[in-house]
Write a protein that binds this ligand. Structure first.
Ligand code: SF4
Length: 716
């Protein structure tokens, strides 16, 4: 900090009359950095700043998003009262009127069309308590099978791959503390420098300690800069690249044969399949030179310890689940898991990407990572909820498939909590049309997001500063987010809203909670004995121990730092390897004469998801107030596009207009557009609706597009 700034801050402190501290946690990414909001009263005004506080995960660090995270909850545009749409305009109504409106419409729609005519769409940004309650609300209060959430677009591929391979899905198999001491790291399709900046020091420390870092990404990013080897693959070719690395590992025998024999099923099949593949074909598919695949395989195979991390770059594809499985095949083949400084991490995007997928918001899931189609699991949860097993709905469909059902008229009403699906889903033009067809849309949110604008009723929801609850971070560490900031107007917590709606629907006896902690205590029982067992975790312990890694099966259980040390979670205790094809079953977009460039999408450091919150922050918005298209200068020249020029990007699904941004670091056959903007800048207007059959993840990472200058430019 410069001397001048320090002087300014010292001068400011002199005039502070009162100071209040609010302990909280950043609402954005999966690092869930602990922080404090500092409210100072000066002679004529109040000021706010956010500072990081010590904890085992982020160790006191904050990134630019965290430092400015107070700006959106304090924003003047916060919705503070229930808003009903009347003649196209939102008008303020009382909670009583809002609840009566909901009762009337729920009853009418369900009496006419059956229970499944209503759906629920949740979020991976809400607390564990709210995710749990939302699942219970759908199945017990509404009795609908249709519930899913926006984590489907984010974590479903990694979750499905880990479940198939290891028998369970906790994003990280180890705590972050082991990363600095591992000797080789593979970062596949992750730009942590922009998406989870406070995790970076773990990797920088590893590098200082001599680790060899391999980055896999079609672009140069802040993350690839720390890599010793960058495999700049063609978008969508991750599964094939993993096959290439695996082929070298097998050929040069870096295998851990004892580990494979004792702890893994399926290696023989993988070996035979990989032997049948040609390096030249893999080179052609991936665009990665063979010698680089050799280098990656040798480094990962030869080093004593190593870890692999994947994120959306690998996962958001129509074979995302299989591609992650293939990276796990690499890890298992060299036996680098279940021991110190060896393991896997799926770097979650959303704040509660981990916890929100464990306790029943997914279409096929019950709390504790139980299956809604498993009789024993159904019996257990029905007992906890005090209902008959036969009254528990069966599985529904994934987030995008629910939207298709809305479009088809099967789902007529929707409850939406803390999400902006008309912007975040693929084929966004279609999604918006589907939402416009809804007879009844109730949205609980802080702002009039693009989706909330389409609602019949908006309910004012509390922010992270006001709403207490647990979040499960990137490591699988359950943390308690304290919250004490006063609520304005008639804002309510999501869990209070659900309890009040349940009450007017006559289901009060199942939803008589008066605090988040009471909900958590029911969640603990509901998760007991499940894969994600939280039964030994209490608020008191979370305060004292600063977070606990699940599974935690009793009050004396310290939690589980490292998974799979003696056995994997499949019933025979072994991990499962399966051969993974170079090509996806659901084909990805191919470049053609009409659409000659790949489009890939991602994030920038100053924004989060569809930007509903970060675009309200003056500091964050100022850093990136509009979207852009990153393009190699040689490609731009071919299309007669200048730097910083408005460009039209077109796919077979739609078109958008964004500003060009030259970068020597991107592949010449690829352009990149971030996904934080809506309307004519919404890159999801260009993305196909095709889903990964294994986990229903859309293929956000690969589209085929054409580009052209959008307007004639002149300079003065
Ligand atoms: Fe931490 Fe993520 Fe928030 Fe940044 S955005 S402060 S890394 S939780």
């Amino acid at each position: 900090m410069t001397e001048m700034l320090l002087k300014y801050f010292r001068e400011q402190q002199k005039h502070v009359e009162t100071e209040r501290i609010y302990n909280t946690q950043c609402p954005y990414c999966s690092m869930q950095c602990k922080m404090q909001l500092v409210e100072q009263t000066h002679v004529k005004r109040k000021t706010y700043k956010t500072i990081g506080t010590d904890n085992p995960t982020s160790q006191g660090r904050l990134c630019i998003k965290g430092m400015n995270a107070h700006q959106h909850p304090l924003h003047k545009d916060r919705i503070q009262y229930p808003l009903l749409k009347v003649n196209g305009e939102f008008v303020k109504i009382s909670w009583r009127e809002a609840l009566d409106y909901i009762k009337e419409h729920v009853t009418e729609i369900q009496e006419k069309n059956g229970a499944d005519a209503l759906g629920v769409y949740g979020s991976a940004s809400i607390t564990n308590e709210e995710a749990y309650l939302l699942g219970k609300f759908a199945r017990v209060a509404l009795k609908t099978k249709y519930i899913d959430y926006n984590g489907r677009l984010c974590m479903s591929a990694a979750a499905s791959a880990a479940s198939k391979t290891f028998g369970m899905d906790r994003g990280f198999t180890n705590s972050l503390q082991e990363i600095p001491f591992t000797e080789c790291i593979m970062l596949a399709g992750t730009n942590i420098a922009e998406c989870q900046p406070t995790i970076m020091p773990y990797f920088e420390k590893a590098k200082e300690n001599g680790a060899f870092i391999i980055a896999i990404d079609p672009r140069e990013t802040g993350t690839t800069k720390i890599a010793d080897l960058h495999l700049k693959l063609k978008p969508g070719s991750d599964a094939a690249l993993a096959n290439g690395i695996l082929k070298v590992i097998i050929e040069e025998n870096y295998l851990d044969e004892r580990f494979l024999q004792e702890r893994v099923n399926g290696f023989e099949e993988v070996m035979q399949y990989v032997a049948s593949l040609e390096f030249s074909v893999i080179e052609e598919i991936t665009g990665v030179p063979l010698e680089k695949m050799y280098q990656a395989a040798r480094m990962f195979g030869q080093r004593e310890t190593g870890m692999i991390f994947t994120a959306r770059g690998v996962e958001q594809q129509t074979d995302g689940s299989a591609a992650v499985q293939n990276f796990l095949n690499i890890l298992l083949s060299v036996g680098k898991i279940g021991k110190p400084r060896c393991g896997y991490g799926a770097i979650t995007g959303q704040g509660n990407g981990q916890g929100a997928r464990e306790h029943g918001q997914k279409a096929d899931q019950l709390p504790g990572y139980r299956s809604i189609e498993n009789h024993e699991h159904r019996m257990y949860i029905a007992d906890v909820w005090n209902i008959e097993e036969k009254d528990l709905p069966r599985k529904g469909v994934s987030a995008y498939e629910m939207i298709e059902k809305i479009h088809d008229g099967e789902i007529k009403g929707l409850f939406l909590v803390c999400s902006n699906p008309t912007v975040s889903n693929p084929n966004a033009n279609f999604v918006k049309k589907a939402f416009e067809k809804l007879e009844f849309l109730v949205v609980a949110d802080m702002f009039e997001s693009e989706t909330a604008k389409l609602a019949n009723l908006i309910l004012p929801a509390s922010s992270y500063l006001e709403d207490e609850g647990t979040m499960t971070n990137v490591e699988g560490r359950v943390t308690l987010r304290e919250a004490s900031f006063p609520r304005r107007g008639e804002i309510k917590h999501d869990w209070e809203i659900l309890c009040e709606i349940a009450k007017v629907l006559g289901k009060e006896e199942y939803f008589s909670f008066s605090s988040a902690e009471e909900i958590f205590n029911e969640l603990r029982i509901a998760s007991k004995g499940g894969i994600a067992d939280y039964s030994g975790i209490t608020y008191e312990r979370l305060r004292a121990e600063k977070g606990i890694l699940w599974p935690c099966r009793s009050l004396t259980d310290k939690g589980t730092e490292r998974l799979f040390e003696t056995r994997f979670a499949h019933s025979d205790g072994k991990a499962m390897m399966v051969p993974v094809s170079n090509q996806a079953i659901v084909p990805k977009a191919k470049i053609t004469k009409k659409y000659p460039l790949y489009l890939t999408t991602g994030r920038v450091v100053s924004h989060y998801l569809t930007g509903v919150q970060t675009r309200k922050s003056a500091s964050l918005s100022a850093r990136n107030f509009e979207s852009f298209m990153e393009i190699h200068p040689s490609t731009a020249k071919k299309y007669e596009i200048s730097n910083q020029e408005l460009v039209q990007i077109e796919s077979s699904y739609g078109r958008i207009v964004v500003r060009s941004k030259f970068s020597e670091g991107i592949r010449p056959d690829t352009v990149f557009v971030p996904f934080h903007w809506a309307d004519s800048q919404n890159v999801n207007n260009l993305v196909s609706e095709k889903l990964d059959p294994a986990c229903k993840m859309p293929g956000f990472k690969v589209s085929a597009v054409n580009i052209s200058p959008s307007v004639k430019r002149s300079s003065y």
